[in-house]
Design a protein around this ligand. Structure first.
Ligand SMILES: Cn1cnc2c(O)nc(N)nc21
Length: 279
């Protein structure tokens, strides 16, 4: 049986796992209210994600979408701390989406993160050592070319699949050499993080090679992203649900195991049908 060792939990990767997105960036809530408003709204949203079938909650305080505004460490922590403190008691796997070692350390001290989901693949100073000191915190290592502010300006690769595979291999090797067990590690090609539609399409089509290159489970995030908009013509992110579900199934068919999504119910239903019918 293939499992993902994720802190208090051993997540069964023999069936698709859904990671529900809990964005704590004020602009992700319609009126961008105060933190307290955001916290309550976020907790209600997290509850709904679990009701809809999410296996994991992914909580993030810094938007890393292209061109996102800079968020200070203090502000990022102020956003995530109250939500982490609450959901830590809910008995479900909690993932913290951060690329800062100090924020990881605060969350781990709080006991509020079973997983560290890092779009920068633990490249911040001290991040690998910090996770190596943890007994079983799960890790997602994601590929990003450049930085959110500029990564979509003109992404370019000689061989996108090979370059992403080599990068993910090297980051996984750094973790393993530091003493982190393989069962704690998942990899993610980082759709939309320094990739244009051609790059994203190539990575999707070659997911089996990415999985085979390291033998580690793949986590993917395509939900509501620009690539879905480019393929469907949908400019409104909230209207990209159907395209996002189709992309999740395409990834599932090519071996992805964990799906980071906004639309949990739609994705959960589609994956159940896919698993049953093998479409
Ligand atoms: C935080 N975040 C935004 N997009 C993501 C993706 O595609 N993968 C992972 N692991 N995290 C993401």
């Amino acid at each position: 049986m293939s499992i993902w060792q994720a802190g208090r939990f051993q997540i069964d990767l023999n069936r698709p796992q859904i990671m529900g997105i809990v964005n704590l960036t004020p602009d992700s809530f319609s009126d961008g209210g105060t933190y307290s408003h955001t916290v309550q709204t976020a907790l209600r949203h997290a509850e709904q994600l679990l009701k809809d079938g999410a296996d994991i909650l992914d909580i993030g305080g810094e938007s890393t979408r292209p061109g996102a505004a800079y968020v200070s460490l203090a502000e990022e922590w102020a956003r995530v701390q109250p939500v982490l403190a609450e959901v830590a008691g809910w008995g479900v796997p909690v993932s913290l989406d951060t690329r800062r070692t100090e924020v990881m350390a605060k969350a781990l001290d709080l006991g509020g993160a079973d997983i560290i989901n890092d779009v920068a693949a633990l490249s911040d100073a001290g991040a690998v050592d910090l996770l190596a000191q943890q007994a079983d915190t799960g890790i997602c290592l994601m590929h990003m070319q450049g930085l959110p502010e500029t990564m979509q300006d003109n992404p370019h690769y000689q061989d996108v699949v090979g370059e992403v595979a080599r990068y993910l291999n090297s980051r996984a090797a750094a973790c393993i050499e530091a003493g982190i067990a393989r069962t704690r590690i998942t990899l993610d090609p980082g759709f939309g993080f320094g990739k244009n539609l051609q790059h994203n399409t190539a990575l999707m089509r070659h997911l089996p090679e990415l999985a085979a290159a390291t033998g580690l489970p793949l986590l993917i995030g395509v939900s509501r992203k620009r690539m879905i908009g480019e393929l469907t013509g949908e400019t409104d992110a909230a209207a990209r649900v159907h395209g996002s579900v189709a992309a999740a199934l395409a990834a599932a068919a090519r071996g992805a195991r964990i799906f980071r999504v906004h639309d949990v119910k739609a994705t959960a239903d589609a994956l159940k049908v896919w698993q049953a019918l093998g479409v």
